[in-house]
Ligand binder design. Structure first.
Ligand SMILES: O=C(O)CCC(=O)C(=O)O
Length: 345
């Protein structure tokens, strides 16, 4: 596993894919910052806000804008992109100890950056069982969740995983987001917390063919996210129907792995799962996000992870904001809530 250097060279073809880098020129950053500050708080008419963000982000230099758009629309682009030199809020309140949202945040440049980037690659969506359906998720270490396989954790390695959700249809990898956007408001105290990403193309290439074949067979049940099982099943497993972990064409595979436990159905599947986590670690790249940086993450082309780090719960802990993004809301209309067309069961 390697950590992205400040000025990484393009990786030679034979080594695992690294993060694409998209850097805003200073003038574009300053203009974006001023316009987002003026746009103010997003909502309550979120579609109006998204339209305004689109107008603002359309003013980015053509090359920068196209890199972001291409990330969202093409099958052969990187699975993860680091966007740098983004504007930040002039004043940032304490990191909320309860996991947010902050009640003291008075400016909304960070929210504009997050939603504006999201709008260039798809449509931000909410899920009732994840952060109460909010579109802007705060990803913050919370004392009670320090050892959990959720975004509240810090003391444990957050396994390579996909962001999935419990679904009555028995598949948790259908209505889940196509992308996540993770934006950094504040780094952790030591500056060591990294976001890793393993691309399914690199994972597939590194696996033994028979292991890959097993992972491509419906021999695994995914456990629903901890945010769901904690609230709904009292911590008991809520398993999907049997699914493969890797699917789709050899050139453009899709991967789905649950953070909260994958239950293999055979001993061969168990061994393949262990191989998978090991290979993810070997081919992954990581980046230590800093304020002014955001990650665009394809939630189908690969899987993120996060090593442990130290939280102090002193108002200066790591603070990311996150969106879930769908390319289209049409295919998940069976889950839409009556009260909000962007929020799903
Ligand atoms: O905290 C991080 O860096 C990764 C977060 C993540 O993987 C997630 O929100 O699904």
């Amino acid at each position: 596993m390697s950590i992205l250097a400040d000025h990484a060279e393009a990786a030679p073809a034979a080594v695992p894919r690294t993060f694409a880098r998209i850097t805003l020129p200073d003038r574009a950053r300053d203009r974006l910052g001023a316009q987002l500050a003026e746009a103010g708080e997003p909502g309550p008419d979120i579609d109006r806000s998204m339209t305004r963000y689109l107008q603002i982000f359309a003013g980015l230099p053509t090359d920068t804008l196209q890199q972001i758009l291409d990330f969202g629309r093409h099958v052969d682009t990187a699975g993860v992109a680091l966007v740098e030199n983004l504007p930040v809020d002039e004043h940032l309140p304490d990191t909320p100890a309860d996991g947010g949202p902050s009640r003291d945040k008075r400016s909304f440049v960070a929210e504009g950056v997050l939603l504006g980037l999201s709008g260039l690659i798809g449509e931000p969506m909410g899920v009732r069982t994840e952060k109460a359906g909010q579109l802007v998720h705060d990803v913050i270490p919370v004392q009670g969740g320090a050892r959990t396989q959720t975004n509240e954790g810090s003391e444990v390695f957050l396994n390579f995983h996909s962001d999935i959700m419990h679904d009555e249809i028995g598949r948790y990898d259908i209505a889940n987001p196509d992308f996540l956007v993770l934006s950094c408001l504040r780094a952790d105290h030591e500056g060591v917390a990294a976001t890793h990403y393993a691309d399914a193309r690199d994972i597939s290439a590194a696996l033994a063919p028979e292991t890959l074949q097993t992972l491509r067979s419906p021999l695994f049940r995914l456990n629903a996210p901890g945010s769901y099982t904690r609230r709904v099943t009292g911590g008991q497993d809520a398993l999907s129907e049997p699914v493969p972990l890797i699917s789709g064409s050899d050139d453009y595979p899709e991967i789905a792995v649950s953070a909260n436990g994958v239950r293999p159905l055979t001993s061969g599947a168990q061994a393949a799962l262990e191989q998978l986590q090991e290979v993810c670690g070997a081919v992954a790249h990581g980046v230590r996000l800093r304020p002014g940086q955001a990650l665009l993450i394809n939630n189908r082309k690969g899987v993120p992870a996060r090593p442990s780090f130290t939280a102090r719960y002193d108002g200066r802990d790591r603070w990311l904001q996150r969106t879930y993004v769908r390319r289209s809301l049409w295919s998940i209309r069976y889950r839409v809530t009556p009260e909000n067309r962007r929020v799903h069961y």
